[in-house]
Write a protein that binds this ligand. Sequence first.
Ligand code: PEP
Ligand code: MN
Length: 336
Amino acid sequence: MLIVMHHSATEEQIQAVEKAVEAMGLQASPIPGSLRTAIGVLGNQGYVDDSAIRELPGVRECIHVSKPYKLVSRDFHPESTVVEVGGVRIGDGCPPVIMAGPCSIESEEQMLASAKVVKAAGGHILRGGAFKPRTGPHSFQGLGVPGLKHLRLAGDEVGLPVVTEVMRIEQLDDVCRYADILQIGARNMQNFDLLKEVGKLDHPVLLKRGMSATLEEFLAAAEYIVAEGNNRVVLCERGIRTFEKATRNTLDLSVVPLIRKMSHLPIIVDPSHATGVRALVPVMGKAALVAGAHGLMIEVHPEPEKALCDGAQSLTGEGFAELMQEFAGLLKYLGY
Ligand code: PEP
Ligand code: MN
């Protein structure tokens, strides 16, 4: 960290800042300039909490040189991490993994029908939400634990591992009992207590990017999980909030190659929530694979017009099967 002092800062103020840095167990190295003095902070292992410094008299700003994440960075861990989920491998060197299924688990029949469609088309992991983070309290909130049972049953019936969202620490026992990989949704990307708790578990985690999160915040959120000992983290770009209203979110595909460079963790893309438009899902899914995504998450519903959530962005069973055919051609071209 670099502490920049005001040009009017007094010698006493500079010394007080140096003392505060030393009180944190770090070294302060003043760099006098013609206009103002800067103080370099040395000896830190990672991100420095500047709260004890930035309000001191004479301090203009604190510039963070080191990042708020380290364990998830490639600098620290050059080898790519491959995350295994119920026998399916996600990451560098593996063919892209397709997670698919309905937004919400609605009934045993709906989940079984979805599972059959996903399996028959060649999907690798079955999705379905039992705890739903809905914008309004009057919308369908999910079936809860009975839904988890339907998901597990459907996955076992067709032989696919399952992914589902967990919103609260109190749900972890149930979700871990029934799911192969825990999804943390966009709205909970910075639920730090939840991140720390899943960091203590053995289950792999699918961490979705917050709707207004910067890349740095996204990786810092993943750092919370890895810092607790769980390095089985898969990142998921699902679009960010911008001024554009023609799509539900704006798919930020540049983060795929950026994350592949900056982090050793796998990164997948969810073109369904990113666009909110069924017709855009196939083309943006393909674009994500070309950009280097290690997998995709796609919403599929046997009867999208009757879906209790996100029907407008859900592919039909036939649409998904067709898309999987198109992926096969593309993947051959990409060398898989
Ligand atoms: C979901 O995948 O069901 C979901 C709610 O997605 P997101 O958290 O990306 O909005
Ligand atoms: Mn959805």
